[in-house]
Design a protein around this ligand. Structure first.
Ligand code: MLT
Length: 264
């Protein structure tokens, strides 16, 4: 399905009934990364998966793609679907967007799932690397960043012994244009620190992280969990940064428990 939001054509899927849960993908991927979650969870809740501006089937304006702009796209999609409040589940870049959403529209948040993400802004070095990569991708093409990202997205074990998973993730990333990659890199480089926000999150929150996530390591996720009052923390075993793809069974079970606890 498509909707015109903030002048951008946004593609999304909407399946199931009940509590709306909006899934926000990581970088440089698209909503296809949530396939296993959509099929498992849609008998239990309303699952909305959305391609952020630039990614998947959504149109790709020039960047930078600010986290607050992507949050506004999500809010616009909710209005389009006549949803006042939803749970947001964001992985990595999707988590940055979910935190920006909570900052700008706290009354629209029913709950948060923060997966393999962090609340801190980039270090100076990380910011510079992103900006260099944005320039490089525009000069040399999307593949330079996609090739660099794949080893960061998956655990060493997955990279070594699960070629089907590596191929699947690569095929999702391969769809992403240089415009989207550069736009998101520049937006992520400019994102605000959200640490100050964490103690004021007054909604049920689930923090998930792959046990072997090297991009956003478990200790950062635990630190986030400690700062969010009443939050729940789950370590997803045998998974790297893409914990939902590498261990969907544990990831889905944790979300189902979370969704059920919000209904009760
Ligand atoms: C992601 O998976 O979305 C990226 O690792 C986010 C980032 O580059 O910070």
């Amino acid at each position: 399905m498509k909707a015109e939001i903030n002048g951008v054509s946004i593609e999304f899927d909407d399946q199931g009934d009940g509590l709306p849960v909006i899934f926000i993908h990581g970088f440089p991927l698209n909503r296809a990364m949530w396939e296993e979650q959509a099929s498992f969870l849609s008998p239990h809740c309303r699952v909305i998966t959305v391609d952020m501006r630039g990614f998947g089937g959504s149109s790709a304006p020039e960047g930078p793609y600010q986290m607050s702009e992507m949050a506004s796209d999500v809010r616009g999609l909710m209005s389009h679907l006549s949803i006042d409040r939803a749970a947001l589940a964001g992985l990595s870049m999707g988590g940055y967007v979910a935190l920006a959403f909570h900052r700008d529209y706290p009354e629209s948040v029913r709950g948060l799932v923060l997966a393999d993400t962090r609340a801190t802004q980039d270090t100076k070095e990380a910011r510079e690397r992103r900006l260099q990569n944005a320039d490089k991708v525009e000069r040399e093409g999307a593949h330079v960043v996609v090739d660099e990202m794949i080893p960061l997205l998956l655990s060493r074990q997955t990279l070594k012994s699960r070629p089907d998973v590596v191929r699947h993730v690569r095929s999702i990333a391969a769809r992403t244009s240089a415009t989207a990659i550069a736009g998101a890199l520049r937006g992520m480089a400019q994102r605000a620190d959200s640490l100050d926000l964490l103690p004021s999150i007054g909604r049920p929150t689930l923090v998930l992280v792959g046990s072997d996530d090297e991009a956003t390591p478990p200790k950062e996720a635990e630190a986030m969990h400690r700062l969010i009052p009443g939050s729940t923390f789950r370590l997803i075993s045998e998974a790297g940064h893409l914990s939902n793809v590498e261990n969907p069974l544990e990831f889905n079970t944790a979300i189902l428990e979370f969704v059920s606890s919000m209904r009760s």
